[in-house]
Design a protein around this ligand. Structure first.
Ligand code: UDP
Length: 724
């Protein structure tokens, strides 16, 4: 054999056997096995199908079952040169191959090398008995060790413990006994050259990208551990999304296109819609739900609404479209169900229906713009998967990249890159919320606990994720005869940013005092406000030269959507206090109006700040182009009503403005007859105003003008004076 630097013979790779315990093929085990296979390890799995009786880190220390199984397995092995690597598998990935592992083992110059920990567990009183180390961790971790078969056999031969005794305590007692330590020849991998336990060490470890593969670097000891173990409450965290080659800069995600589920037929999905606070754009939410690309007869709706304010929108949606869906269940505010209870009930609608294949949770503040979302998620074929959504312009999203040691939010080093789309993939994460898809088979097995969303400490989504990640379930259901059998749930949650899906609304500062409250959302939810209220051709007007010039220096272009026009008119009529059309007007400076109209000022409905914002965002860029040098400062804004039997027209006049913006809020020929605006100097009229289009014209001097008579129906315009 080639010699290592220490003149020692290199251990051939075929001498190495990886031994682990996995009573169930959990998602974590699959991840472990994928990394082992990728790096050509030979793995022997013990305990398959056995009941786990060994507890978990949350309750009493356990793990004895692993030692029992190891002891039995080793008894059958005889090759004295064999090297055994015994490791956990649910929260372990390999970062490098057998060659490096064996080399580092040899360099440790002991027959058995244990992983190390900075925190002592489970018996703090043993601290003084631990040998001191010059640098690195002082305590033993039983989640990973490597050694020669005879030495390991010797170590476990004493085992007579119960399955729920602590393996860590057992090995610790051997290690702190100077005689045993010496006879078995044990040392600790104190500087994490072989094993990285993440418990208590999250801050020590960062990703290291190499050519075509990824490792973890321990920055405290400057080592590149071979085995990464997310022990205790840490789990493996985001490192598992990369190591050893799950995501690389060269290839992107290497597993995201595997195991895709072709959609030959449509699984039955129960969509749970949850309305827990007053929310803007609820009408739009249901319009979008209707457009979701999925056969409606394969969808069931569970709608839980805790807001009386939204009852009208829901009942009108259900009246018009409810019958398209296979089943609809509505829980209204009168039932006074709290958020966890309503989520538990929604999930149960799917769990209890044996035909239900998926549960899709969808909160009302989610703007799911991608109409194919449901199909995309189903094709991912994952236990729980969320489409990544973010709050516009913020780093706020519906997932967490990592967990803090105490189980709350921690920012992973890749979080910002994922949120901003610089790293694209399907990411295993410890927390998803607001919108996600769950396989119904899980709800009937690992997640059969009815109160998944219930907790005395955590909000419903945190409780849910906590339960999915790591809960030891106490099965108390009557159908299970053994009371309170505990089992460890190991279900992975994913978030995908392979496509763009949508965003989360802000529900802050939502006023409910108006008829169309969404009109007031220009500050809080500007993207949704624009989509709803700005004309679809507005963004094209500069590029495609959509600005028309019907009369000299008079510009004409689309600005408002039909919905915006209707909402403004309805809001004004709802308010109803139209001016009398007199020359005395207490609302304006000086109290005298020479050419009065029947109108309502924007400030009368508390809309002046929003209107100003609208003018600045959408009108100012155009006026600055058409009348350069005029800084757009707005003086007065109001809606005018023309009616044959009230005030049908306005006599020739100058406006109290340098220039004027005049938006037609309804449609000639349909809503009214006549109307329009005539500029006398040019004898030029705009007599077929288009709904949602605005005129922009000088207010005085050359543009003396009149409002032409409305001969039937009612005409509305929104007028703003600009006087820099
Ligand atoms: N294990 C198992 N079945 C179980 C729970 C655990 O086979 O139901 C095995 C598995 O190899 C796992 C190891 O025991 O990695 C240790 O469990 P866990 O990861 O919960 O312990 P920790 O590493 O957090 O101490």
């Amino acid at each position: 054999f080639p010699l290592t630097s220490g003149e020692e013979q290199r251990i051939p790779e075929e001498k190495l056997l990886v031994v682990t315990v996995a009573t169930k093929e959990t998602d974590g085990f699959k991840r472990f096995f994928r990394s082992a296979k990728h790096l050509n390890y030979t793995v022997k799995v013990l305990g398959e199908g056995e009941k786990w009786k060994s507890g978990d880190y949350m309750s009493a220390p356990g793990g004895g079952q692993k030692v029992r199984l190891l002891k039995a397995a080793l008894e059958e092995m005889t090759d004295g040169d064999k090297i055994i690597l015994f490791i956990d598998s649910y929260d372990v990935v390999f970062a490098s191959g057998p060659k490096e592992l064996l080399k580092k083992f040899q360099q440790a110059r002991h027959k058995v090398v244990f992983s190390s920990e900075s925190l002592i567990w489970p018996d703090r009183h043993l601290e003084d008995k631990h040998p001191h180390v010059v640098e690195g961790n002082r305590f033993l971790g039983s989640g990973g060790f490597i050694g020669y078969l005879p030495n390991i056999k010797e170590m476990v031969s004493d085992w007579t413990g119960e399955d729920n005794d602590s393996d860590q305590l057992f090995f610790t007692k051997i290690y702190i006994d100077p005689v045993k330590r010496k006879s078995t020849n044990i040392t600790l991998d104190s500087k994490c050259r072989l094993f990285q336990n993440l418990h208590g060490a999250l801050d020590e470890v960062v990703l290291k990208f190499e050519d075509g593969r990824v490792r973890a670097r321990n920055v405290l000891y400057d080592t590149l551990p071979v085995v990464i173990h997310g022990n205790g409450p840490t789990k493996i965290n985001y490192l598992g999304n990369y190591i050893p080659n799950t995501w690389t800069f060269e290839m992107g995600c290497t597993v995201c296109h595997k195991d895709l589920h072709p959609l030959s037929e449509y699984p039955l999905v129960a969509i749970g819609i949850f309305i827990q606070q007053p929310t803007p754009f609820v009408g739009v939410f249901f319009e979008r739900l209707l457009k979701l690309q999925y056969p409606k007869h394969r969808l069931k709706l569970f709608i839980s609404n805790q807001e009386a304010h939204h009852e009208g929108q829901i009942s009108s949606f259900l009246k018009d479209h409810g019958s398209l869906y296979q089943e609809v269940k509505l829980v209204g505010p009168e039932e006074e169900m709290d958020p966890p209870a309503s989520r538990n009930l929604g999930v149960d609608m799917c769990r209890k229906d044996k035909h239900c294949d998926y549960f899709f949770l969808l909160d009302i503040d989610v703007v799911l713009e991608n109409e194919n979302t449901l199909q995309i998620l189903i094709q991912q074929n994952l236990p729980i998967v969320a489409p990544m959504i973010t709050r516009v312009g913020r780093l706020w999203s519906n997932f967490w990249g990592a967990l803090s040691a105490d189980g709350y939010y921690a920012r992973s080093e890749d979080y910002v890159d994922i949120v901003q789309g610089r790293r694209v993939g399907v990411w295993n994460v410890p927390y998803v919320s607001s919108v996600f898809l769950v396989k119904a088979s899980l709800l009937r097995a690992e997640l059969s606990d009815y109160e998944l969303f219930t907790s005395t400490l955590l909000d419903p989504d945190m409780a849910y994720c906590h339960n999915v990640r790591s809960k030891v379930s106490q099965r108390k259901h009557q159908e299970y005869l053994t009371c309170c059998e505990s089992f460890l749930q190991e279900v992975f949650m994913y978030v995908t940013n392979m496509q763009t899906f949508g965003r989360i609304l802000s529900t802050e500062n939502y006023q409910m005092s108006h008829l169309h409250n969404d009109l007031w959302q220009i500050f809080e939810n500007p993207v949704d406000w624009q989509k709803r209220y700005i004309h679809e051709n507005y963004t094209l007007i500069m590029k495609d030269k959509l600005i028309e010039t019907p009369c000299p220096d008079v510009y004409w272009f689309p600005i408002f959507s039909d919905v915006a026009c209707d909402h403004i008119v309805e809001e004004m009529e709802h308010f109803g206090r139209w001016s009398g059309g007199n020359t005395t007007d207490a609302r304006i400076q000086g109290g005298y109006e020479n050419v009065p109209t029947i109108d309502i000022h924007m400030n009368q409905i508390n809309f002046e700040k929003e209107w100003q914002k609208f003018l600045l965002e959408y009108i100012a860029p155009i006026t600055e182009k058409m009348y350069p040098g005029y800084y757009t400062k707005f003086e007065l804004a109001f809606v005018v009503r023309y009616k044959p039997d009230e005030q049908p027209s306005l006599r020739p006049h100058h406006d109290a403005s340098t220039f004027t913006i005049n938006v037609a809020l309804n449609q000639v020929g349909r809503d009214y007859q006549g109307g329009g605006c005539r500029f006398l100097r040019y004898d030029c009229s705009v007599d077929a105003p288009r709904k949602g289009w605005t005129l922009l014209h000088p207010g005085r001097l050359t543009h003396y003008h009149e409002g032409l008579p409305t001969t039937a129906g009612v005409r509305y315009i929104a007028v703003s004076f600009v006087d820099p």
